[in-house]
Design a protein around this ligand. Sequence first.
Ligand SMILES: Nc1ncnc2c1ncn2[C@@H]1O[C@H](COP(=O)(O)OP(=O)(O)OP(=O)(O)O)[C@@H](O)[C@H]1O
Length: 254
Amino acid sequence: MPAHALSLSHVTLDVQRRDVTGRTGTLRVLDGCSLDVAAGESLTIVGPSACGKSTLLDVLAGFAHPVAGEAYADGTPITRPALDNGFVAPAYGLFPWRTALANVTFALGSGGTPEAREARALDALDVVGLIDVAESPVSELDAAQKVRVSIAKTLAHDPGVLLLDDPFAGLDQADRRLLQDDIIRIQRDAGVTLVLATSSLDEAVRIGDRVAVLTPHPGRVDVVVEVDRRQHLAAAHRVWTALQAAATEELRAA
Ligand SMILES: Nc1ncnc2c1ncn2[C@@H]1O[C@H](COP(=O)(O)OP(=O)(O)OP(=O)(O)O)[C@@H](O)[C@H]1O
């Protein structure tokens, strides 16, 4: 599948919330967010907790719908989830009693022959480095391997886009590093457009060609920092400065 270009144009999104007294109210989660991601580019999103990173990914995945503005894939409005708009579901979406191979094959649905589905699933498991444990039940895999199965489930659909929501949170530092390197390789080899939300500044700068910094309450795209690989530290410093400014603003507003 060719990579898709994504864009958000002045996206504003509200959710209905119920407070402790049972009264419902409207919370503005995203406010006028605009962002362009070129086909084949890798963009990471970073920002303080609850600033709207997951919601922004949900809009790109077609799971959440703006009250104003629009999200586009290759210029076409994103109105519902599409399989080639590959959202990587968290690892807890796996069937633990099934093998890694069965989990990935199951995710492919019923199209084509069982042999063709199995071949695609094996290819995807090979890409994420799990061919040797393809026949192991997911319950026997470690946390990092479970994340890899989740990525394989999405890759098996040959998506034009990979959307990842803090996929490596909770993994230890070494596994996290290995998975970061792998996602960089997978994105380059497959040529997909990658959008990854993360709570880690280091991860954002390592993976992204550009890093979008979100400010909270409501979520706004504050700055987008271009990452020059030769000037890695300079990019990290610019993202950190933007994050500090967002945190200071939040403290003042509180
Ligand atoms: N469907 C919903 N119902 C109620 N509140 C929601 C809903 N979706 C998002 N929110 C609220 O919107 C805000 C932003 O949530 P979101 O999960 O997008 O932020 P985030 O940056 O991904 O957070 P974190 O880094 O903690 O995962 C939060 O205050 C959250 O509680």
